[in-house]
Design a protein around this ligand. Sequence first.
Ligand code: ASN
Ligand code: ZN
Length: 297
Amino acid sequence: LKKPSKNKMQMEVYDCHQTTNLTTADLIWDTKDNQKVTSVAGKNVIRGGKASWDFYHDLFDRNSIDNRGLVIKQYVHYDKGMDNAYWDGRRMVYGDGDGIVFSSFTSDIDVIGHELTHGVTENESNLDYAGQPGALNESFSDVFGMMIKQRYYNQDVKKSNWLIGEKVLIGPKYALRSMKAPGTAYIKHPELGDDPQPATMDNYQDLPDTENGDWGGVHINSGIPNFAFYVTAFNIGGYAWEKAGRIWYAVLTDSNLKNDAGFIDVKNLTVQHAEKLFGLNSSEVKAVTQGWLEAKV
Ligand code: ASN
Ligand code: ZN
């Protein structure tokens, strides 16, 4: 029997009251007092933060973002109608969205899990936020954000729609990204046009390492490793976190994953860890190989 871990989640939630001043934000909830929270955004991040902490704790015995019990700090209602959310190196920050194209960035558990996972990645391999390592950084956030949502809603690989941010991007036909079919999360969106994500390496987008170029397309080319994970998890079947998730977590936390790693490096490491976890000729190893093959990496 596994010894129950004595680690406990610590979390603080702050309301920025639509300003950009973090130092004057009000503490509206923490794990010590458990005050009553009335803000929807506040409730959303408490739920999503708990789901994320539980995921890493229950499955991997990880003690928070840094594995050393870091207090999870989440700031809601940041700025006026900001169309984004981010991990800033210490905390998670969420905008309310403009209310027309984007709703509150707290609306989806996968987005909350995505931001928290940026903190995990930073504390592990610290993948460079540009080009292929940047797209891998983004992909790990989508992969774990997705599994955190799937586990919260008890969805297996068939039940999940594999959409990231399906509520954050307003409209029933729209989501931020699709892991199952990158490039189809939105089509002919009146503001955003078409989802630019490739699913395969032959459509890799060589973009400039500038903000306008999405730092070499980190949110664009992440479609490729995202698709490799989806194919792997789908072919293994069941709950993604039980096998595919174990392989990807072993890679995320492997000291052999360097900060300048490319897609091939992660491909090789996932195969290596699948062999170690499930055996040389296991169906899991075949699923991983097939995943990267279909992504044409
Ligand atoms: N929401 C974005 C992300 O987490 C913010 C960013 O561009 N880093 O990827
Ligand atoms: Zn991200």
